[in-house]
Design a protein around this ligand. Structure first.
Ligand code: PGA
Length: 254
């Protein structure tokens, strides 16, 4: 199974000039790099989605950072999964902690988003993870997020879902105390795997990629991905620096 490196560009690249500069430097960085065991996914702000889709061949897939669950209609300000798919994207993030926090997205809405993404053939990257206060009792939070967000998602569809373990306390941190250890991440992975095996059976569960997100940089890429046996990473801040992002990809490529 190839590893997945997802770049979440969040609300950055605020002008066309910045976007073009980013794309140019990203393409320059990727040329000739040995990352054949890696699938790269970039999730730009929605306004840049089409330009990103047109910029890359098979080497880089594109995802949206969010979607709505209806196909079309009177939903001012929303973007439907079909629009994202038709623009050429392959993935979408769902349930990112910043959306849960600032836009009060709940598990029920995230479940609807997953459903509608899968229906049009988009692969959702479902983010789950406990916040600081639940750091000790993280397993209950993760299981309840999985239970609710994956409700009625069938065994036939689950292999197209990627699960990202993102402990909220580890996102965009400079403090090494806020980096989970390889053991922390492995325990979370086991909780997720156990849930998937119970709900979908061994065969289907093993097809689901489980990745890690939260302050990933080239300095800790090995500890947070390779050591705990994760299937990839979700990179926020460092994805804005193509040199760093590709360095992470090279480390994970092995
Ligand atoms: P970070 O962001 O790498 O800046 O912590 C990760 C994310 O929120 O997706």
């Amino acid at each position: 199974m190839s590893k997945l490196i997802v770049g979440n560009l969040k609300m950055n690249l605020i002008s066309l000039l910045e976007r073009e500069g980013y794309l140019k430097s990203f393409k320059k960085e990727i040329i000739g790099k040995k990352i054949k065991n890696i699938q790269i996914v970039l999730c730009p702000p929605m306004i840049h989605l089409e330009a990103f889709c047109k910029s890359f061949g098979k080497k880089v897939s594109i995802g949206s950072q969010n979607i709505f669950w209806e196909r079309s209609g009177s939903f001012t300000g929303e973007i439907s999964p079909s629009m994202v798919k038709n623009a050429g994207a392959e993935y979408t993030l769902a349930g990112h902690s910043e959306r849960r926090r600032y836009f009060r997205e709940d598990n029920n809405e995230i479940n609807l988003k997953l459903f509608s993404a899968l229906k049009v053939g988009l692969k959702p990257i479902l983010c789950v993870g406990e916040n600081k206060s639940a750091r000790e009792g993280g397993s209950a939070v993760i299981v309840s997020q999985l239970e609710n967000c994956l409700e009625k998602i069938s065994g036939a569809k689950i292999e197209n879902v990627i699960i990202c373990y993102e402990p909220v306390w580890a996102i965009s941190s400079n403090n090494p105390d806020h980096f989970p250890t390889a053991d922390d991440i492995m325990s979370a992975k086991l909780i997720i795997k156990k849930f998937l095996v119970k709900k979908y059976g061994n065969k289907n569960a093993h097809k689901v990629k489980i990745i890690y997100g939260g302050s990933v940089s080239s300095l800790i890429a090995k500890e947070v991905c390779l050591d705990p046996g994760m299937d990839g990473v979700l990179v926020g801040r460092e994805s804005l620096v193509p040199y760093e992002f590709i360095k992470i990809a090279e480390i994970i490529n092995g």
